[in-house]
Design a protein around this ligand. Structure first.
Ligand SMILES: [Fe+2]
Ligand SMILES: [Fe+2]
Length: 193
């Protein structure tokens, strides 16, 4: 349903389970970055009215996810750690050549966002199905549904603002590239690692 070409190695959950504090800190910053991305799209593409409306709603939703994760960290007696580089995202956003028309740049950013939502959703599903901690498993099941909706929204906007055939080709090429990145990941206690 998400179009991903390479599923995450299920053993990734076992790695995560050994360090819940780290995964929660990494996850909190994923939500913060999702909110920041939505703000950045508003700043860069203010003339796309429908996008601005949806991104305004998304900022609120993603920052509320941040708070939900932060609350979990506090509940467990921990303090939010420092953000770390997300190697997955750093590699992913190198795929499309820089430059091009504004519409092209917008489409590329929307496709990156769609894919990050799709992979996050897949990782949340794994956590919801395999974590022994039932409270956290239920928490991730809830979030999984939100991220699936975001994936659909971003891909829908890319198809709306770009030329459909061209966008679909780019999306499939990006999925192939992402599968190659993912082949080396699934080994660390981060949401995308
Ligand atoms: Fe989120
Ligand atoms: Fe999201």
């Amino acid at each position: 349903m998400l179009g991903l070409k390479l599923p995450t190695d299920p053993r990734w959950v076992n790695i995560v389970e050994k360090n819940i504090e780290d995964i929660l800190t990494d996850h909190a910053f994923c939500e913060q970055k999702a909110a920041s991305t939505a703000i950045s799209l508003i700043v860069s593409f203010p003339e796309y009215t429908e996008l601005v409306q949806e991104m305004t709603a998304l900022v609120k939703e993603e920052i509320s996810h941040f708070k939900m994760v932060h609350d979990k960290i506090i509940d467990r007696g921990w303090t939010l750690g420092r953000d770390r580089k997300d190697e997955y995202v750093i590699q992913l956003v190198n795929f499309f050549p820089k430059g091009g028309s504004r519409t092209t740049q917008l489409v590329h950013r929307l496709l990156y966002a769609a894919l990050i939502e799709a992979r996050s959703c897949e990782r949340f599903r794994l956590l919801s199905e395999a974590l022994e901690d039932q409270e956290l498993a239920a928490f991730y099941k809830n979030l999984m549904v939100s991220e699936a909706n975001h994936y659909t929204m971003f891909l829908g906007f890319a198809r709306k603002y770009g030329e459909r055939k061209e966008v679909d080709k780019k999306w499939h090429d990006l999925l192939d590239y992402e599968a190659k990145i993912m082949a080396d990941l699934g080994k660390s206690q981060t949401i995308h690692g």
